[in-house]
Design a protein around this ligand. Structure first.
Ligand SMILES: [Zn+2]
Length: 388
C-alpha cells in the first residue's frame, strides 16, 4: 500500500481536534484547570505524529523490549501506536507500517482503523492517569497500567457509542470488565459528572477505596498476576532444564500464550502434561518440576502472604524456583537436549499442544500502547483452547 504519510497525519489531527472539542463540551466540567489547559494546548498543535519507517524507531523500541544486540533489532518491536509519555514529547505517535495495520489495503482503510481504534483511546490517555506516581516493578505499577487501560478504553468505547461510531477494538476487554465492576461500586448518589471527575482525577488508591468493590477486585487482580508470574518462572525452568537460554524467544512465546489463559486449572493440567512428556526419561527432574507445579496452585495461605507484601518490589518474571542443576547433570541435560534436537526440534514437536495456538499470540492485533505487559494483555473470556 502506498501511504501519503503527510495526508494521513493531517486528517488524523483534524479528527483528533474534533474529539478534543467533544470532550471539552461533554466532560469539560469534570476536568481540572490544568487538564483544560492541556486540552487547549493540544488543540493549538498537531499532536498526532504519523511515523514513516525509520531505523531510529526500530532501535528505540528494540531497546525498550530489552534487545541490545543490533543484529536482533527488528520492526516487530515497533508498536502500532503510543501516547505522549513514551517519547516524552506529549504527542500521540502512530506507526502505519507495522504489522497491526497489515489488513489495511488502502489509505482510507488505514485512516478508518486509526479513527475507530486508536485516536480516541489515545486522547483519553491525556486525561486519565491514575498510575502516574508509582514505583517501577511493583504490582502497584502493573495494576496502574491495567486500570489505566481499562478506564481509557471504557471511556473511548462510551464516547464512540454516544457518537454513533464503531466500538473501538482493543485487547483490553478484561480491563474494561474490571473497570465497569469498579465503577459500579461507587456510591449510588453520584452524578455522571461526579463519576467523570473521579475517573479524571483520582489515583488508583483513591479509586479503589471509593468503590465498595475495590478491595475484592484488587485482590483478585493480584492473585491472577502472581499466578501468571509463577507460570512464567515455571516455563523458564522447563526451558532451562532442556538446556535452553532463559531469554529464548520460543520461551517468551510460550509464556505469552499462557499469560492469556484465564482458567488456572487448565493451565496447570496442560503444564503437567507437558512435563510428563518432556521429562519422561528423567524421573528426578520430572518429580521436581511436578512438585514445583503443585506449589503454583494458589493456596489461601500463600495468597494472604502475597497480599501483605504488595508494595515490595518484585521482578516481572521471577527467577526460576531452585532448579539449578548440578554441573554434571546439566551436561547430561544438554547432551540429551542436543540429541533430541538432532532428530527434531524438541520444543516444536513436544510442546505441540502449545504451538498449535501460539502463533496468534506473539503479535498482538490491536496493541496500541507500548506498555504491553501481562496486565494489559488480552485475556480471552474462555481462555485458549489448550486441549484438543
Ligand atoms: Zn492505552
Amino acid at each position: 500500500m502506498n501511504i501519503n504519510y503527510e495526508n494521513v497525519q493531517k486528517s488524523l489531527n483534524e479528527y483528533g481536534k474534533y474529539v478534543l472539542n467533544c470532550i471539552k463540551k461533554e466532560n469539560g466540567s469534570s476536568l481540572s484547570q490544568e487538564q483544560l489547559q492541556t486540552l487547549d494546548r493540544l488543540l493549538s498543535t498537531d499532536f498526532i505524529v504519523v511515523e514513516q519507517p525509520n531505523k531510529k524507531d526500530i532501535e528505540f523500541f528494540s531497546n525498550q523490549a530489552g534487545i541490545t544486540d543490533p543484529k536482533e533489532f527488528s520492526v516487530e518491536y515497533v508498536p502500532s501506536a503510543h501516547g505522549g509519555r513514551t517519547k516524552g514529547d506529549n504527542k500521540i505517535h502512530i506507526y502505519p507500517y507495522t504489522k497491526a495495520f497489515s489488513d489495511c489495503k488502502t489509505e482510507n482503510e488505514l485512516l478508518n482503523d486509526c479513527v475507530d481504534n486508536i485516536v480516541t483511546h489515545e486522547i483519553f490517555h491525556y486525561f486519565i492517569r491514575p498510575n502516574l506516581y508509582d514505583e517501577e516493578g511493583t504490582i502497584r505499577e502493573e495494576f496502574g497500567h491495567f486500570l489505566t487501560e481499562g478506564l481509557v478504553q471504557h471511556y473511548a468505547e462510551t464516547f464512540s457509542q454516544n457518537h454513533n461510531l464503531p466500538t473501538p477494538k482493543s485487547n483490553y476487554d478484561r480491563n474494561v470488565a474490571f473497570v465497569k465492576e469498579l465503577l459500579a461500586g461507587l456510591p449510588d448518589n453520584l452524578s455522571k459528572e461526579q463519576v467523570d471527575r473521579i475517573v479524571f482525577s483520582y489515583n488508583q488508591n483513591d479509586l479503589l477505596s471509593a468503590s465498595k468493590n475495590g478491595k475484592q477486585l484488587y485482590d483478585r487482580f493480584v492473585e491472577d498476576i502472581q499466578f501468571k508470574n509463577d507460570v512464567s518462572s515455571f516455563i523458564i525452568s522447563i526451558g532451562e532444564n532442556l538446556g535452553m537460554d532463559r531469554n529464548d524467544k520460543k520461551l517468551a512465546g510460550i509464556i505469552s500464550h499462557y499469560k492469556k489463559a484465564t482458567d488456572k486449572k487448565i493451565v496447570i493440567a496442560d503444564l503437567q502434561r507437558n512435563v510428563e512428556v518432556l521429562f519422561k526419561e528423567d524421573k528426578e527432574t520430572k518429580d521436581k518440576l511436578m512438585k514445583d507445579l503443585d506449589e503454583i496452585v494458589p493456596s489461601k495461605e500463600n495468597k494472604d502472604k502475597r497480599i501483605d507484601n504488595l508494595d515490595k518490589k518484585f521482578k516481572k518474571v521471577d527467577t526460576p524456583k531452585k532448579l539449578v542443576l548440578k554441573p554434571q547433570k546439566k551436561e547430561k541435560q544438554n547432551k540429551k537436549f542436543k540429541a533430541i534436537s538432532k532428530q527434531k526440534n524438541p520444543i516444536n514437536s513436544k510442546f505441540k499442544i502449545i504451538n498449535k495456538t501460539q502463533q496468534n499470540d506473539i503479535g498482538l492485533e490491536n496493541a496500541h500502547d507500548m506498555q504491553i505487559d501481562s496486565a494489559s494483555l488480552d485475556y480471552s473470556q474462555s481462555g485458549p483452547t489448550l486441549s484438543k
